[in-house]
Structures are given as C-alpha cells and as structure tokens.
Write a protein that binds this ligand. Structure first.
Ligand SMILES: *Cc1c(COP(=O)(O)O)cnc(C)c1O
Length: 391
C-alpha cells in the first residue's frame, strides 16, 4: 500500500475483525476475557500479544497504533493521551535520576517547561543548545546523556532540524535521536528515513487535524540496540516485571524493546492511555491527512509571500522563502514545501500586533495549531509584535 491508501486502510482488516464494518469500531470496554489461566499468564509475560485491560491496550487504539506504525514505516507505536505525555514518556522510558539529554533551546512551550521545570525535579536534566549548531550538540553530550531530542520545525522560531546530521552524532555516541514530528507529519517528512530512532507526535494538531481531541503517540523505528550499555534502565532486572532486563531478555522482540518497555513501565504504571473514542476521532482525521497537508502548505506559502510584500509587515519567517535562514534545510526535509506555519512581525510593535489579532475575522485566535480553521496567536509577552499563523 502507498501512503495515501495506508491513511485509510492500514492496520485494520474489516473482514477479520469487525463483522464487515469498514470503519474501526469503538471498543468501549475496560477489560478482556482470558481464554484460561495459561492465556492470562502468557499475555502478562509478553509471550503472546492480546488484550488485557484498556490502560495497557485497546483494540480501537491498537488499530490506530498499527496505522501510525505503517505510515511512519516504523516497527511499533504506543498511543498516549496527549502529545505532552508522549514527550515525557519518550524520555523517562530510557532515563533515570542523574541522566540528561541534549535538546534545542527553542521548543514547543509546554515541552520547554517540562524540560526546564518538571524533569529536573526528578533528576533528569536537559542540555539546551542551538540545534543548528552541530558542534555545540556534539560537545554537550557526556557519559550520562541518553538521547538527542529535537522538533522537526521548532515553534515559534520555525528552525528546521538537520535530522540526518543529528542522527549521525547520536549514533556515534550510541544514543538515539528522538524527533517530535508534530509540525511536519508523516505526509511531509518521515524522520526514520533520515536516521531518527523515535518519533513523537502531538496527534492533537495536523495528524487528527480538526481541533477536536488531545492525543499523542510514540513510534519506534526498530533495530536500535537498547542493550548497548548506555541505558542502565535496560540492563538492570526490572523488579516490577519479573526481573526482565529490557535490553537483553526479549529475544526476537528486542527489536522493539523500547516500545514494549514504554507500554509496560510508564504507560502501565503512570497511566496516560488514549481513550478508544479519541483513537476513532484521530483515525477519522488521518484519512484526509495528505490532502489537508497539501492545502495547508499551499496556503502557508501564499500567506508568507503576501506578507513579505505588505507595507505594514516588518519581517516574515517562513522556511519556504528563498532568503529564510531555514530555506536549505527546508529544501532537504520538507518535500518542496515550507511547512504550514508563518511567523511575522508587524510595524508598530506590540500595540500593532494586538490590534491585528483583535481585528481578525475568519482566523481563530487560539492557542493551537494544525486545525482545519486558520489560526493566529500573538505571543506578545515574549516577543513584541510577533504573530504566528497556522494555515
Ligand atoms: C502541541 C504540541 C505538543 C503537546 O501536545 P498536546 O497534545 O497538546 O499535549 C508537543 N509538541 C509540539 C510540537 C506541539 O505542537
């Protein structure tokens, strides 16, 4: 199946699973009947895959996970209740007290706060660098660094990450590259093709695309060696799981040790699972992802070009403009688009920015991106005059 067909068909066989229903049914159930005690033991022991309890997995959510795995051409996916929980689980899944990760000094606001204010309280520290400065990225890695973490396009600076180069640096140190691909989606960029090991999504945004749910996912490429000695959590016996050493004892499943660990440790015990209703909504949105992204990108470049010419506009940042600092990386990574976001400054500073926002007609003034509605926000407290537009 090609990408556009996978959006609609991958991960669910209506003949086998659903009395012929061609959409995935919503399984609103908490728990699942075991065939017998041996079946129950096998499921808990990861000797057999199947349904146990909807915090750990649900058939509707499972269909979405299979679809996302296929779209991303990865090995396994875990869906979660929000992009925020996906970001957090993607990191705590391989880190404990005293560990750190190297990341960008520009990030989605909630992620930045998590990295700056929450994780350090638990002894996990981020080392923030200019992610386009590859020497700084490499220099920041020490013996306690467990990952490089970046966003495909940062918010609100619209810096495009050089994923291949970052993956090379990470792999030379035996650690993974984790990429938040919310701003690009698999329709524009598949980070695994450029060497990333883990992809994180806020499915709230373009992936579901209609401004109706909060949802997230973590997807694993497969094949990274989590038992390479750089991940103490994967070397030591897990006392909460029968002494399992996640990096060593899984046999053939070692290929997806990270995903199995994520489902079994943070998801099972911290509980940010996705509801089946949310999974259904995300799958409805995903069906039109390719069409929507095409149109989002077409609209964004038109808006960027219009604003560049406008006499009241001071500056415009859009990776698809030839003189934009991110243009070369956008050419390499964004499939000939400049993405879907435009950031610009208005002459007259903060007051002018406020006036602009207060006089919007069809654009919605909200703290969100990636909706069918065009959105705008004015983060005046941090950046006077700056206006962000999501087409
Ligand atoms: C929105 C967003 C998040 C957080 O996702 P939620 O679904 O709102 O929890 C994380 N990363 C990026 C890039 C985002 O835009």
């Amino acid at each position: 199946m090609k990408f556009n067909s996978k959006l609609i068909h991958a991960g669910w066989d209506s003949d086998e699973n659903s009395e012929g229903s061609i959409t995935v049914p919503i399984y609103r159930t908490t728990a699942y009947q075991f065939n017998n005690t041996e079946h129950a033991a096998n499921l808990f022991g990861l000797k057999e895959f199947g349904n146990i309890y909807s915090r750990l997995g649900n058939p509707t959510v499972g269909a979405l996970e299979a679809r996302l795995t296929a779209l991303e051409e990865g090995a396994m996916c875990v869906a979660l209740s929000s992009g925020t929980s996906a970001v957090m689980y993607s990191l705590i899944n391989i880190m404990s007290q005293g560990d750190n990760f190297v990341t960008a000094n520009q990030l989605y606001g909630g992620t930045y706060t998590m990295f700056d204010n929450i994780l350090p309280e638990y002894g996990i520290n981020s080392k923030k660098v200019d992610i386009t400065d590859l020497e700084a990225v490499e220099a920041a890695i020490d013996e306690k660094t467990r990952a490089i973490y970046c966003e495909t396009i940062t918010n609100p600076g619209l810096v495009v990450a050089d994923i291949s180069a970052l993956a090379d640096i990470a792999h030379s140190k035996g650690i993974p590259l984790i990429v938040d691909a919310t701003f690009t989606t698999s329709a524009i960029l598949k980070p695994f093709e450029y060497g990333a090991d883990i992809v994180v999504y806020s499915l709230t945004k373009w992936m579901s695309g209609h401004g109706r749910v909060i949802a997230g996912a973590v997807i694993e490429k497969g094949g990274f060696d989590w038992g390479n000695g750089n991940f103490p959590l994967y070397d030591k016996p897990d006392t909460s799981y029968g002494g399992m050493r996640w990096g060593h004892d899984l046999g053939d499943l070692g290929n997806v040790a990270y995903s199995l660990g994520l489902r079994t440790v943070p998801l099972r015990n911290l509980g940010a699972n996705m509801s089946p209703d949310t999974a259904f909504e995300v799958m409805s949105g995903l069906e039109t992802l390719a069409l929507r992204m095409e149109r989002h990108c077409e609209n964004a470049i038109k808006a960027a070009e219009y604003l560049t010419e406008h006499e009241l506009v001071e500056w415009v940042r859009f990776p698809g403009l030839k003189d934009d600092p991110a243009y070369d990386l956008s050419e390499k990574y964004l499939k000939g688009t400049g993405g879907t976001m435009v950031v610009f400054g208005i002459k007259g500073g903060k007051d002018a920015g406020q006036k602009f926002i207060d006089n919007l007609k069809m654009f919605r003034h909200v703290a969100n991106v990636g909706d069918t509605r065009s959105l705008a926000i004015h983060p005046a407290t941090t950046n006077p005059g700056l206006v962000m537009v999501s087409q």
